[in-house]
Design a protein around this ligand. Structure first.
Ligand code: MSP
Length: 510
């Protein structure tokens, strides 16, 4: 079985996850689930990034040891990921032994290569970015990303000779179009790399919460140098070479557009220095805005994912974010657009389709799938449409166009509703055309089953409920293009409402 190793960014432990960070995990989950359906042996990694100045600050303010503070934060992430049905296989924390061992060995290799040296550095540091800023990162003297003034830092630090890898990284990006995606991110990174990469300070002596450098334990490793290594320390580097060999290089790093440079310039430079292969692909997705404005941890303008999950279910949030916000660009969450999409697509198109199908199966077909003994060209047209949908979804998923894949599926949901209208089983029933009614019902039950498999990566819980109501195992069936009519005899259940209609209801205090 071919393997597929997918990762997301590991989130800073100093604040709760929000709908932007959740969007990334949901998108990666849809990809991981799709790959599993395709038969890949998927390994899906997520985690928590702990050795940051902001984490130490928060812990000190709370009078806590930073690691104990992070222990308290872990469930804020893992509980949410569970509630969202994120199917990660592993969750790494950068304070774990395996990671510290990996980061230490990695540093040693770069040091042995002659790529690490000590020097004095004076610069403007943004704690939000955990990075020194360049003039081009400033707007009116403030960080472009965080709108906060940077701190002037003067330190004698250990540096990584990133400049040495400028040409190799540039060539790699130029020669491997899939390495940085989407195109807009690739162009941004290429501009940065073509300007020349500068050596980067990778140690701190002013704070203590971090991994001590093997060559100088009075310094701890810079949080980004440390964090990027999670992708390999989680899969056996350096202590389990067989596992590492099997899983590395990763097939896909899913990250937000603000951290593409770290993943597509620094990380490849680090890997080249350590003599390790580069990941196959990095996807820098866009931003989720809230009510037309950028979400911000510092101002608290955030959409709390629980505000959607608790009243409306995880799939409502998953569906909205994946459908409305194309995976390669920014998009906005408003309660009005959420309500519109939920009612139109989930409650109306999909929910009604299932409800009508099950109702008619009970009324006209004794709740059982019967033989399709009276076929009609309308059936072939529906089957052809669904098989076309399969091709469209597969092609969209190959390009990681998640929203487009959903668009294709909803095309077929509506087409299946249209199949009901054009066959009008209630009229056929009145006319006593039992064989034809049962044939229509068999086609409908098959179409719903077919759609449930395609829906699984995006709304896994609802796809499972659809299958249960159809009398099937809730786990998705095999992914197969062929529309093969269900064998007679299967029983369906009474339909329950999958997505009750909602009124716009913005939680108080938002
Ligand atoms: N700890 C670093 C990542 C290290 S990876 C080796 C970090 N953490 S973060 O908590 O600030 O962000 C985690 C992820 O969420 C990043 O990929 C970031 O781009 C993404 N997002 C943060 N806000 C977001 C939105 N508003 N919308 C979409 N993604 C967002 O960066």
């Amino acid at each position: 079985m071919p393997r597929y190793y997918i990762t997301t960014a590991i989130d800073y432990a100093n604040s709760n996850p929000h709908s932007g960070t959740a969007y990334e995990k949901i998108g990666a989950d849809a990809i991981a689930r799709w790959k599993r359906l395709q038969g890949y042996d998927v390994h899906f990694l997520m985690g928590m990034d702990e050795h940051s100045m902001n984490v130490e600050k928060k812990a000190v303010a709370a009078g806590m040891d930073p690691e104990a503070y992070c222990d308290g934060m872990e469930p804020k992430f893992t509980d949410l990921w569970k509630a969202l049905h994120i199917s990660n296989d592993d969750f790494i924390r950068t304070t774990q032994k395996r990671h510290i061992a990996g980061a230490t060995e990695f540093f040693r290799r770069c040091h042995a290569k002659g790529d690490i040296y000590k020097a004095k550095y004076v610069g403007l540091y943004c704690v939000g970015c955990e990075a020194y800023l360049k003039d081009s990162d400033l707007v009116d003297g403030r960080c472009r990303n965080h709108n906060t003034p940077p701190q002037k830092l003067e330190e004698e630090n250990w540096f990584f000779r990133l400049s040495k890898y400028t040409d190799a990284v540039r060539r790699h990006i130029e020669e491997n179009p899939e390495f940085v995606q989407p195109e807009i991110r690739r162009n941004e990174v290429l501009n940065v790399v073509r300007d020349g990469l500068e050596d980067i300070s990778i140690s701190r002596s002013t704070f203590k919460f971090g991994i001590p450098l093997p060559c100088d334990p009075s310094h701890v490793m810079y949080v980004w140098f440390d964090a990027l290594i999670n992708y390999i320390s989680a899969v056996g580097f350096p202590d389990d070479p067989a596992r590492f060999e099997r899983l590395w290089p990763a097939d896909l790093h899913v990250i937000g557009k603000d951290i593409t440079r770290f993943h597509c310039a620094l990380w490849p430079g680090m890997l080249l220095s350590a003599g390790l292969p580069l990941p196959k692909s990095v996807w820098g997705h866009g931003w989720v805005h809230y009510k037309g404005q950028k979400m911000s941890k510092s101002t608290g303008h955030l959409l709390d994912p629980w505000d959607v999950i608790e009243p409306h279910g995880a799939d409502a949030l998953r569906y909205f974010l994946l459908r409305e916000i194309a995976w390669d660009r920014d998009g906005d969450f408003t309660w009005d657009s959420f309500t519109l999409r939920y009612n139109a697509d989930l409650a109306n198109d999909l929910g009604n389709l299932l409800h009508r199908t099950l109702n008619m199966m009970h009324r006209f077909s004794a709740g059982t799938v019967q033989a399709a003994s009276e076929p009609d060209p309308k059936d072939g047209a529906l089957a052809a449409h669904l098989e076309g949908c399969f091709d469209g979804v597969s092609a969209a998923m190959d390009r990681l166009a998640l929203s487009e894949a959903l668009e294709r599926i909803w095309d077929s949901v509506r087409r299946t509703n249209q199949y009901i209208e054009e066959n009008a089983p209630w009229t056929l029933n009145k006319q006593g055309r039992t064989a034809r009614v049962q044939t229509v019902m068999a086609n409908l039950a098959t179409a719903m089953e077919y759609l449930s498999v395609l829906l699984h990566p995006f709304i896994p819980q609802s796809a499972g409920r659809i299958r249960e109501q159809l009398g099937l195992d809730p786990a998705p069936g095999a992914l197969s293009r062929a529309f093969v009519l269900r064998a007679p005899g299967g029983k369906v259940r009474e339909g329950t409402v999958l997505f009750p209609r909602i009124e716009t209801r913005e939680p108080k205090g938002n």
